[in-house]
Design a protein around this ligand. Sequence first.
Ligand code: ADP
Length: 253
Amino acid sequence: MNRTDQIDIRGLHKRFGALEVLKGVDLTVARGEVVVVMGPSGSGKTTLIRCMNLLEEPDAGTVAICGCSVECGGAVRRRERVRKVRTIRHRTAMVFQQFNLFPHMTALGNVIEGPLSVRRMHKDAAVALGRELLDRVGLTDKAAEYPSRLSGGQKQRVAIARALAMEPEVVLFDEPTSALDPELHAEVLEVMRELAHDGMTMVVVTHEVEFAREVADRVVFMDGGVVLESGRPQDFLNHPVHPRAKAFLRLVA
Ligand code: ADP
């Protein structure tokens, strides 16, 4: 692991029953880097980022986040493993396609839940942080609303504020705009763009080509459980090399 790497994934394998979904994935992400992961449906993108914070248990390989390294599939002592998984989860936050907000909590309640229950922050400090983060995602006036009264774009912005409330070192995004109507994509992508400009390390599974072109430092193309191509956005998007990458970009670009 290079000193500046925030994420270092080596030889990652994952199967669901007979289906081998990840077939040896290597990926490093430097501090402050924004990596967009693209690829056809079913190629293993979601599984890869869920393995990064160990929401899925890889069968083999190494996952290292901010220097905390977990060997997967081997005989590791349980207590040590639990400690490392907890460390990795604290350093990474995830933004899901379907938002996953708590429906019975207000926007502010959703944002401060992690700081209160996981970070054990004092209520006043958590509320101050929550308000600041809702401000940052443009939802100052929605703090008291419940998710059912928010648009999809607003819900996803609350979800981003909630992720940031854990003060992560890395944010993983799993198709953050794909459940939204097209006219709501821009407001979510704008928040993500600002986060990238502020220097957050981000891995984003998305088919948003313009976002990749403007914001990503690197695009990684997956197909069939492996990384087939990786490069700067202008190179990958304008001149893909692999025939499957060319075919994919003809469909999404
Ligand atoms: P992508 O994000 O590229 O669309 P996924 O990582 O979601 O791909 O899924 C890759 C393959 O793994 C798909 O065939 C999917 O059906 C399968 N898969 C994903 N999660 C599970 C699971 N929990 N159980 C069984 N199969 C799964």
